[in-house]
Design a protein around this ligand. Structure first.
Ligand SMILES: Cc1cc2nc3c(=O)[nH]c(=O)nc-3n(C[C@H](O)[C@H](O)[C@H](O)COP(=O)(O)O)c2cc1C
Ligand code: SF4
Ligand code: SF4
Length: 284
């Protein structure tokens, strides 16, 4: 259903309001802030691309950054991006929203969810949380990107196919930015039908996989050289180095960043073998 239909007879009024609001904020020097969580680079790329298309004065920051909170407090239009894990938002993202409820109160939030194939209501998963914080969700966009689960063969594509996926997502982002500026933003993942699809498609069956942080990654002691790269990069500080070996804790959010960067392919997470270390930089 188009946004206009969704709004019914108030569509023109609502649209005008949104356009006025967006233009007024730009004129006043209050711009859109992109915030994101990204394990292997897909979501970071999509959020940056969206923000650049929206206007070069806007900026992006990871939710892992020390200045994220301060930046969110200073902006009232937020673009939030995250990858989909088992048709849900990553636990690190859900916790970030829940721990900063007051921060999101009164914000206008546009949501981007990136995924390897399907999520149903990927954007809706955080939209429901954000509305509880008093935020207004102004749009949702689902972007198909390279699948990052490199220790499972399923869904693996060639480098060329993945490059084509990234280019297609960029085109979709450009269109979405134009629609937002015209006051007719995409509403992907935000409708009731999407919610049902997300629930029945995966979340009902895999819910347990995203409710808690996990005891991961698995470390192959024969391959690990104790370089510490995984420990430095982990957004959860979930890896320590002891006796020249990586040691996992139980706070893994399943982001695959350590997996993708390990120089000796010593880590696995959901699968048992390293097929491909999927990182966006290979597909650009
Ligand atoms: C633990 C896990 C679960 C995933 N579940 C889904 C899923 O349910 N549906 C889907 O389409 N993609 C799924 N993916 C793929 C990612 O959503 C996709 O590759 C995403 O773009 C990665 O973004 P990033 O590079 O910003 O981390 C999953 C990835 C991981 C690591
Ligand atoms: S990045 Fe790989 S080799 Fe380096 S410490 Fe971590 S698991 Fe070991
Ligand atoms: S341990 Fe690896 S997969 Fe888990 S959160 Fe840290 S970087 Fe991500």
């Amino acid at each position: 259903m188009a946004y206009a239909e969704h709004l019914g007879e108030n569509a023109d009024k609502e649209r005008l309001c949104l356009v006025n609001h967006l233009v007024a904020r730009q004129v006043m020097g209050v711009y859109m802030l992109g915030i994101y969580f990204s394990g292997t680079g897909n979501t970071e790329h999509c959020v940056s691309y969206f923000i650049n298309q929206y206007g070069s004065q806007n900026k992006c920051v990871s939710i892992e950054s020390e200045i994220a909170i301060q930046e969110i407090a200073q902006h009232d239009i937020i673009l939030l991006g995250y990858p989909i894990y088992f048709s849900n938002a990553p636990k690190i993202v859900r916790d970030f929203i829940s721990e900063n409820k007051l921060l999101f109160s009164g914000k206008k939030v546009y949501i981007i969810a990136t995924m390897g194939m399907f999520s149903g209501d990927g954007a809706g998963c955080s939209a429901r949380l954000l509305r509880k914080c008093g935020a207004k969700v102004i749009g949702g966009l689902h972007l198909k990107m390279p699948d990052c689960i490199g220790d499972e063969k399923l869904l693996k594509k060639t480098v060329e196919e993945n490059r084509a996926l990234v280019r297609k997502a960029e085109v979709k982002i450009s269109t979405a930015v134009a629609k937002l500026k015209n006051g007719n933003p995409d509403r992907e993942g935000l409708r009731l039908f999407d919610h049902i699809a997300g629930l029945l498609g995966q979340r009902l069956w895999f819910y347990g996989k995203t409710t808690t942080y996990k005891q991961k990654p698995n470390v192959d002691r024969g391959k690990c050289i104790g370089c510490g790269k995984c420990a430095t990069l982990c957004p959860m500080n979930n890896i320590a180095i002891a006796n020249n070996q990586a040691v996992s804790g139980n706070q893994c959010t399943l982001c695959y960043r350590c997996f993708g960067h390990c120089p000796t392919k010593a880590l696995t997470i959901l699968g048992k073998e390293v097929y491909e270390q999927c990182l966006l930089e290979k597909y650009r």
